[in-house]
Design a protein around this ligand. Structure first.
Ligand SMILES: [Zn+2]
Length: 368
């Protein structure tokens, strides 16, 4: 049974606005980040936060589950795609619920995999209701143009909640780096002027009814790494709950646990196709995944892979991973050279097939 999997991905993205979040008037700019190249020199280029990537993995899982590809139970917050989670609808309002970790993850596959944070509500404070987010506050951060103000407000309420203590949290089983430009490859950013024209106008009002705004679009070759701690999906840490003689305790049935793992893996496939933006309706990125290096283990946790933003990441990742009995390395990479111990795949689908073959009932699970 699969226990841990890591992804190291290189994608070319042309004309994307994945992290358009700096808004000044009617100009929307793309997020730039400073970093060092392999010679240690400072660079600046467009980048996309790991919170954003995590958000799009969450969205991909939701889409697969809500469309019936995988039978996975969800809480009302995750069904609605709202950042308030775990949550239930009560009196037509989505409200965060505070229950034992085992109860929450039994009822929601996304809260199980993506984690959550429930802040303690004390006295007359409404901090928890306002905070309403998991440890991956990603859902709040990404898609909207007004994200900046929201995030400011969130930070204020968050510190308020921190003062009052945290009553429950679950760490995410899916981990993401930032999406960073590959070193030594140029990235470009270009600002474009859009106009929206209202149809409900008289000729005299024509000029006034045109809304002119600017947006930036970037192009480049990007890298990200991600890890999925499969072993801890559908399970609670015993340090926190129960005292059985095991590190983890199953709280969902084996079949449900397998469906959750499959949905989490399949969500990566959607991400590789460029389903990672808030502007998919009108600025779907021109995406081509150029290299996908996957390391997986049926034995236990693995180191994170070396990032594909570095030129020698394949050899270095292969050199970092434990011996073949403990890990398998698959690579999709066109004609790129690869070191011993790496299994070359002609299609990305073959990698997902290998992973799916490792996800099977291993006789564990609650009440099989
Ligand atoms: Zn949920």
């Amino acid at each position: 049974m699969l226990k841990f999997v890591t992804f190291a991905v290189k994608l070319q993205l042309n004309v994307h606005d994945l992290n358009n979040e700096a808004v000044a008037g009617n100009v929307m700019d793309i997020r730039m980040i400073e970093f060092l190249n392999e010679a240690g020199e400072k660079q600046e280029a467009p980048a996309v936060s790991g919170r954003m990537l995590k958000h799009w993995h969450y969205e991909a899982m939701r889409s697969l589950i809500l469309n019936g590809v995988y039978n996975v139970s969800l809480c009302d917050g995750c069904k609605a795609g709202e950042p308030i989670r775990p949550a239930k609808i009560s009196s037509n309002k989505l409200q965060q619920i505070s229950e034992k970790e085992s109860k929450i993850i039994e009822s929601c596959g996304i809260c199980d995999i993506h984690g959550y944070l429930i802040a303690k509500k004390q006295g007359k404070s409404e901090a928890r209701d306002e905070l309403g987010e998991g440890d991956n506050s990603s859902e709040n951060e990404a898609p909207d143009n007004d994200g900046k103000d929201k995030s400011k407000k969130r930070n204020q309420t968050k510190s308020k909640a921190d003062e009052q203590g945290i009553s429950a949290r679950r760490s995410s089983r899916a981990m993401f780096s930032w999406l960073m430009p590959v070193l030594g490859v140029a990235s470009t950013v270009k600002q474009v002027i859009h106009s929206r024209v209202s149809q409900q106008r008289s000729e005299a009002e024509e000029n006034a009814s045109q809304m002119i705004f600017s947006k930036s679009y970037a192009s480049g070759i990007y890298a990200f790494v991600s890890a999925l701690d499969v072993e801890r999906i559908g399970r609670v840490d015993l340090a926190l709950e129960g005292n059985a003689n095991k590190y983890q305790r199953d709280v969902v049935k084996s079949g449900q646990r397998i469906n959750r793992i499959k949905a989490a893996l399949e969500a990566y496939r959607l991400m590789l196709s460029g389903q990672i933006g808030a502007s998919l309706s009108h600025a779907l990125p021109h995406c081509t995944p150029t290299e996908v290096l996957v390391v997986c283990s049926e034995e236990g946790p693995l180191p994170f892979p070396v990032s594909p933003m570095y030129s020698d990441y394949i050899a270095k990742t292969a050199g970092l991973m434990p011996a073949a009995e403990r890990s398998k390395i698959f690579l999709y990479s066109g004609n790129k050279k690869y070191p011993d111990g790496v299994e070359k795949k002609e299609k990305i689908d073959e990698i997902f097939e290998e992973l799916a073959n490792m996800v099977k009932s291993d006789g564990t699970g609650a009440g099989i």
